[in-house]
Design a binder for this molecule. Structure first.
Ligand code: KIV
Ligand code: ZN
Length: 395
């Protein structure tokens, strides 16, 4: 179905779904800083906020719309006329504005949250997408809780949205419930339905939006590509509601690293990923877990003797991407109780010590004793230990 390295649109929602994460709110200045970085690093669509939510949200979406040079700027709106009007007001300053409007489609949401029938929701879709399309040309429509919606009804909703003027169709896994094969199949079926019924249906971009409640958000997003999706909605550091959204840096690096089985390309400058991660962590005060893929402190750190030995011989032994490809200056060989003699010798060399074989053996034994007591042995510890060894040799 796909040509080699077909382009995938990266839609970043750090400033909207990411900010919905409890405790992750950002000031206007912080949002502008994040938006500027997203634009510079090649994000295709920046979802800047939810303009009806507050005056502050409106102002930040409008300001991001004014200053963004390259990316499409989207504002979110419920399927409510006042929301859509407000989103239209906020994004109208953008060079490339988008309104993103959504409504729930699953039986659970229709019964317990919306208290509407399926036919009423169909009418709402027609009215709200038409209203949005009268304001801007670029309209994204989302079927909230798509993955718990019967496929026939979901397909009918999508057809309605497309016929009313939606140009991107997002099928979110709102509650992080889907598995990769189910999510792929949903895209394949809905897309086939649209291609059958809508002239120029191949121009509609299908979009994946995955939450990480079962830890499957990135896997599901990548599976959606196989089902025909060509936009992935994600956030820096996977920030987002509950367990978060698909992490942008993981999606981008999976596509970049596994082009053999994921024949797609993004426009992201991957060397900026670490910087973006640090900025979002700093402005939200959300720490990045040490072992987080791609941007965690340990993502390029090796402690075990076997791994360190391999890395000293050739870094492809235990690294599938280079640290500099994500903006980290180098691999770190962390000295601890699992480190071997080769890494210890290499560390001594880097610290400027050349020890003879006997002194090296003594120092290595003392290092192992120390490493048993401390979680990590720092350079200063090793220096103190070797200086002691050298002083003892001169006594
Ligand atoms: O998770 C979700 O369904 C959403 C929609 C607003 C797209 O965030
Ligand atoms: Zn979401």
């Amino acid at each position: 179905m796909s040509n080699p390295h077909e382009r995938v649109v990266i839609f970043d929602t750090t400033l909207r779904d990411g900010e919905q994460c409890p405790g992750a709110s950002m000031t206007l200045e912080e949002k502008l800083e994040v938006a500027d970085l997203l634009d510079t690093m090649g994000v295709d669509v920046i979802e800047a906020g939810f303009p009806i939510a507050s005056n502050g949200d409106f102002e930040s979406v409008a300001e991001i719309a004014r200053r963004t040079k390259r990316a499409v700027v989207a504002g979110l709106a419920r399927a409510i006329p006042a929301d859509i009007a407000r989103a239209g007001e906020a994004v109208k300053f953008a060079q490339r504005p988008r309104i993103h409007t959504f409504v729930s489609t699953s039986p659970i949401h229709l019964e317990h949250q919306m208290r509407k029938t399926q036919d009423q929701v169909i009418d709402i879709i027609t009215a709200t997408v038409t209203q949005a399309r009268n304001l801007v040309d670029n309209i994204e429509w989302s079927a909230m809780d798509a993955t718990r919606t019967p496929i026939d009804y979901l397909s009918r909703c999508v057809e309605t949205a497309v016929k009313a003027g939606a140009t991107t169709i997002n099928l979110p896994d709102t509650v992080g419930y889907a598995t990769p094969s189910e999510y792929e199949a949903m895209f394949r079926q809905v897309r086939a339905y649209i291609l059958d019924r809508v002239p120029n249906g191949e121009q509609i971009i299908f979009s994946a939006h995955c939450h990480d409640d079962l830890g499957l958000a990135v896997a599901n997003s990548l599976a959606a590509l196989a089902g025909g999706a060509r936009q992935i909605e994600c956030t820096i550091n996977g920030l987002g509601e509950r367990a978060g959204n698909a992490a942008l840096e993981e999606v981008v690096m999976a596509i970049r690293t596994r082009g053999d089985v994921l024949p797609y390309a993004t426009g992201i400058e991957s060397t900026m990923l670490t910087r973006a991660s640090k900025l979002v962590s700093a402005v939200t005060s959300f720490p990045v877990q040490y072992n987080k893929a791609i941007v965690g402190r340990n993502a390029f750190a090796h402690e075990s003797g076997i791994h360190q030995d391999g890395m000293l011989k050739n870094n492809t032994t235990y690294e599938i991407m280079t640290p500099d490809s994500v903006g980290v200056s180098k691999t770190s060989l962390v000295m601890g109780k699992h480190s071997g003699r080769a890494a210890f010798r290499d560390k001594l060399k880097a610290l400027g010590y050349e020890l003879g074989e006997n002194a090296l053996n003594d120092a290595f034994s003392r290092f192992k004793e120390l490493a048993d007591r401390k979680k990590v042995v720092y350079d200063e510890d090793i220096e103190a230990l070797v200086d002691h060894e050298i002083a003892a040799a001169h006594d």
